[in-house]
Design a protein around this ligand. Structure first.
Ligand code: GLU
Length: 481
């Protein structure tokens, strides 16, 4: 039975790179009908905050991920908050001390730093020199009575450690380059290595899927698994994601947290789809897919060893496809908060003209890659338009004037407008003026919207209605007449 975990530290908003690790763990669990676990690594009390944990849970749920065990849903191996598992780490640490697998180290941070500096200067590996490993009984006693604080270090055997990574193949580490590492800090909190290995053991994790930045931690974890009498899980270290400038994805690259993408109004299924493409591709190379379509073919071993590049344009393209196909009612609901914030529609939901709103959303959905962009697209429907001087000049040309005049006359024959009626009107204007193509629709578009681009004209006309169309057209040929 596959058991995988995503183990974030709640020290900030969940960034895209980390969310990607959650996704691949979740996908792997679904692929193998296993269990996906959320574990919160919050032993760094100074930097961890509950609000970040709540936020990441909300954001991952928004993305469509669910887990079978975690701090919010419980589970038989709980608690899933490391800060509530300290007694477990202490007990095991004590056992390691009793079994002579670990020892107290009294070296102070200053001494350690000094030795690291010397190692650097003499070009030696900056490893701990294991000096407290072999203290005499007398020395130990002296330290104990001195009341000096201590850490607890794990005894690292000087051996070549070899393991197979599901993505990177055989990995080898010369453990003589790694000094005895800390498993319990002087403040009695477990080190990252120790808490991870203890929890992965007790939570019966079968596969550890995480970023390749943790590859060098893995040998330490493997040693701890052995000490814990547990066969190490299988490892899959995923290559990381870079920004377009090939540096590690970070804030500099724009939106970087899941929360921000959510606030911008990306559809979660679009973001999920895009993020799966970072380092993996379905066999048929299709870029747009539903999870159910790919789940049976997902093989973690086929993930790329090379780093992936987060391509905002590609995300926008893909996301645009999803918006184009999404249910209109859903899009309308998603659009409302943005339109309210921009002051385009009433804050009281009861006063919103939903029929008009649906038409507006439908008219502009093709031009958007996320819902927040709607405010740049729809002002023409909610505010009077401003036509630039250049455009006024264009509207004043003889051809434009003949089109506008003819269009206006045709409008007077109608009581109401629809896309169909507009198409008929346009035909009549064309017959009368003998103008077609751009020359025909551009004056109308600019007079109605003040812009050269935008939604389909027939949608614009239909949404604006006959009175507004009349008013917006009138002023341009009336001025020049
Ligand atoms: N808390 C670690 C991180 O956020 C998890 C590492 C692991 O998956 O083992 O990077």
């Amino acid at each position: 039975m596959v058991r995988v975990r995503f183990a974030p530290s709640p020290t900030g908003l969940l960034h895209i790179g980390n969310a990607r690790m959650a996704i691949f763990n979740w996908l792997f669990a679904r692929r193998h009908k296993g269990t996906f676990i959320l574990r919160i690594e919050d032993t760094d009390v100074a930097r961890s905050e509950k609000k970040y944990m709540d936020q990441l849970i909300e954001d991952l749920h928004w993305l469509g991920l669910t887990w079978q065990e975690g701090p919010d849903v419980g589970g038989q191996y709980g608690t899933y908050l490391q800060s509530e598992r300290l007694h477990i780490y202490h007990d095991i640490c004590q056992r390691f001390l009793n079994e002579d697998l670990a020892y107290r180290c009294y070296c102070t941070p200053e001494e350690l730093e000094e030795r690291r500096q010397i190692a650097r200067l003499t070009r030696k590996p900056p490893r701990y020199d294991n000096r407290c490993r072999n203290l005499t009984d007398k020395q130990k006693k002296a330290f104990e009575t001195s009341g000096l604080s201590f850490t607890i270090r794990f005894k690292v055997p000087e051996e070549l450690l070899v393991f197979d990574d599901l993505i990177r193949g055989t990995c080898q580490f010369d453990m003589s380059l790694v000094g005895d590492f800390v498993i319990m800090r002087s403040d009695r909190t477990p080190s990252f290595h120790f808490a991870v290995a203890v929890d992965d053991t007790l939570m019966q994790i079968t596969h550890v899927i995480r970023g390749e930045d943790h590859l060098s931690n893995t040998p330490c974890h493997i040693l701890l698994f052995h000490a814990l009498n547990r066969k190490p899980p299988q490892f899959a270290h995923l290559s990381l994601t870079m920004g377009a400038d090939r540096t590690l994805l970070s804030k500099r690259h724009g939106a970087f947290s899941l929360s921000e993408y959510r606030k911008l109004g990306y559809l979660p299924e679009a973001l999920l789809n895009y993020m799966i493409l970072l380092g993996w591709a379905p066999r048929d190379k299709k870029e747009k897919f539903k999870i159910d379509d790919i789940i049976d073919t997902f093989e973690i071993g086929t993930m790329s060893k090379a780093s992936s590049v987060f391509d905002q344009q590609k995300l926008d393209w893909l996301s645009g496809q999803y918006i184009r196909e999404a249910d209109l009612e859903r899009l309308t609901n998603l659009a409302i908060p943005y339109l309210q914030a921009a002051g385009f529609i009433p804050t009281d939901e009861n006063n919103i003209n939903r029929a008009k709103l649906r038409l507006v959303v439908d008219a502009v959905r093709n031009n958007m890659s996320c819902m927040s962009q709607i405010i740049q697209e729809v002002d023409i429907f909610f505010k009077d338009v401003v036509v630039s001087e250049n455009h006024v000049e264009f509207l004043s040309s003889e051809i434009s004037q003949s089109v506008l005049f003819s269009f206006y006359r045709e409008l007077q024959k109608q009581d109401t407008l629809s896309p169909e009626i507009f198409k008929e009107i346009l035909k009549s204007v064309q017959n009368e003026t003998k103008v077609n193509g751009k020359g025909l629709y551009m004056p109308i578009r600019i007079a109605l919207t003040g812009r050269e681009h935008g939604p389909e004209l027939y949608n614009i006309v239909n949404i604006l209605g006959i009175n507004t169309c009349n008013k917006r057209i009138e002023r341009y040929f009336v001025v020049k007449k």
